[in-house]
Design a protein. Sequence first.
Length: 765
Amino acid sequence: MNRFSGPIPITISNASNLSLFGISGNMFNGRVPSLARMSNLFRVEMDNNSLGNNEDGDLDFLSSLVNCTNLERLDISGNNFGGLLPDSISNLSTKLTVLKLGTNQIRGSIPVGIGNLINLGVLDFKVNLLRGGIPSSICNLNKLYDLWLNHNELSGALPSSLGNLTSLGRLNLMSNHLQGSIPPSLGECGNLLALVLSQNNLSGPIPQEVILSSLSLVLDLSSNHFTGSIPIDVLRLGSLTSLDLSENKLSGELPNAIGACESLESLHLEGNFLQGTIPQYWKGLRGIEDFDLSRNNLSGGIPDYLGGFRLLRNLNLSFNDLEGAVPTRGVFQNTSALSITGNKRLCGGKPLLGLHQCRLISNQPWRKVLTSIACGGVIGLVLLLFFVLLHPSRKALRFVLLYPSRKARVKPTSGSSWGVSLLKVSYADLLKATNGFASRNLIGAGSFGSVYRGILNEEERIVAIKVLNGQSSRESFIAECEALKNIRHRNLVKLLTACASTDFQGNDFKALVYEFMMNGSLEEWLHISADRVAGAPIVQGHLNFIQRVSIAIDVANALNYLHNHSHMPIVHCDLKPSNVLLEGDMTACVADFGLARYLPDASRSLPSHESTSNVIKGSIGYIAPEYGVGNDVSIYGDVYSYGILLLEMLTGKRPTDEMFKDDLNLHNFVRMALPERLEEICDPVLLQRKESSTRSNATNNRNNIEDDQGQRVRKCLVILARIGVACSADSPKKRMDIGNVVDELCLARDVLTRTWIPRKHMITA
């Protein structure tokens, strides 16, 4: 935990009596020399440096440790080691209890001889490039407590003898290419606290055996292909903190037994085929903080008890078939913490939700009268039926009662073609909402029009109103409506309605009404200056590093959805910081689809006859180079714009800065600084550290933590800069796929926060 740099001296091997060699948390680089003469070593810790050159031969020194017969701990994680994983690790000391090689660039496969290390308690190969299957010999390590193989490229089936690892406490195989089913023998691991198998290709039903009562941290089986119903034995998970079965193919009803898991803080079941109602038995989940049941086939009403969950900070029930009144207390008062979109039959709730009022009779005396009439009617109907069954002419009467005229039957009304209930607004409504489009309500202006803050009186809803002008307003209006009416994603701005009419002078008037984003645009946060548009939100402070990484992930997720997961690939064509808006919790949403274009096939550029104009599409500094020479619109143009945006977030410099001229641009500016001089050119805000709130006897510990934090910040900076440079390459073929960008950014965030399981679980390695 110092700032030592440079290579490890070759002469270190002269210290032949050395038993502990610890250089963790420094800046050593280059290859590690042979340690063959240091046969007394029992502990080697080189983690969190910059050792290795990401090339073959980086791990040759491991073979020299075979002579260390007393070696108990070997940790080289968090470096730049590359090359193949040598088989010689199988010949290390059988006294070895900790073997950590995670967070490097190591290739190859896990040696079959790994089972020789019979005393291993911790085996960590996470975040590497390992391929092949998980050898069954790993199941011989019956003292193993931690097994971390996540974020590799492992494939094949899970070993059938996993149940032999009876001491296993935490198993993480997340983000690989594993296939097949979960072996029921895993149920023999009676000490398992955390099981993470997410983001693989596992299939079949979830075995009852894996629902272990010992699981108290996390059970994450998300993003696989599991089928069938949720096991009824889930009630065994009474002490579980996080349960994630999302993004699978599970069906059936929600089990009442989940209500017995009173320690649950996070519950994710979204993206399945679950049906039925939300059970009343779940009212016992009072510790829940993160609750997501979206994108299922759930019906019935929203239970009122959810409003009584005081710790609930995120509730997502969107895109189901829920109906009835929305509760008004607790989390239902905070629209930024609640999502109920896509449930067409909901009503009531807080005005900001924009739902129609429920048809309820509020006058109590009339309610009593009508209730009495209804009860009397039911009694009368029963008596009438009794009379029909006994009366001599009952056949004729029975026919009339049981087969009424078809003309009396009422046909259900069809829903909106937009898929959601849209607000109905006129020019007069928007004029009133903005106080006559007053300048004090102007929050932005551009080539396609102006954006105003407004309040719709009937809804008491704060909205952003984009008024289009100029000759291209019709084209932009249609493009934005077409792009947004059929897409839904949490990182895309929400279009509430549109207005195409005339003003009071008879001129064409076109406006789009969006959900208001209270934290303004990314542009305002990155460049706080006097050129802010009058009336725009005043930004306090700067974005810290973790906020910028989160925003980068949000924007990449939005592009990934548009390019690869919407009903037809969509190219945004104008991605830049001013078109990235921030919600109250700093979630980023991509906005302004006035230049958006549909592609019939995401794998090729748009044919020239489908292009609406030969004019360059986009904003200066963010336009892909190929657009300047007449190439058609493609998804790679968006990737270029994203790369420039990411580099702007890292450096704090616009691509149009005066310093960029001749052959120097933002891309080359960062590329030439990688990796040694990156800190010199990055935004100084990213390197600021928070002051410790404790001023007692913890000075040394605080310094160690801050140094460790600095190491992780630098490593994350390099990862993000390389992504930005790769995305903004001149040649479209050399740019990264946006799906890979999302994966790499998530890994960068994990490096920064030192978490290797999804952040909602908060389990550190």
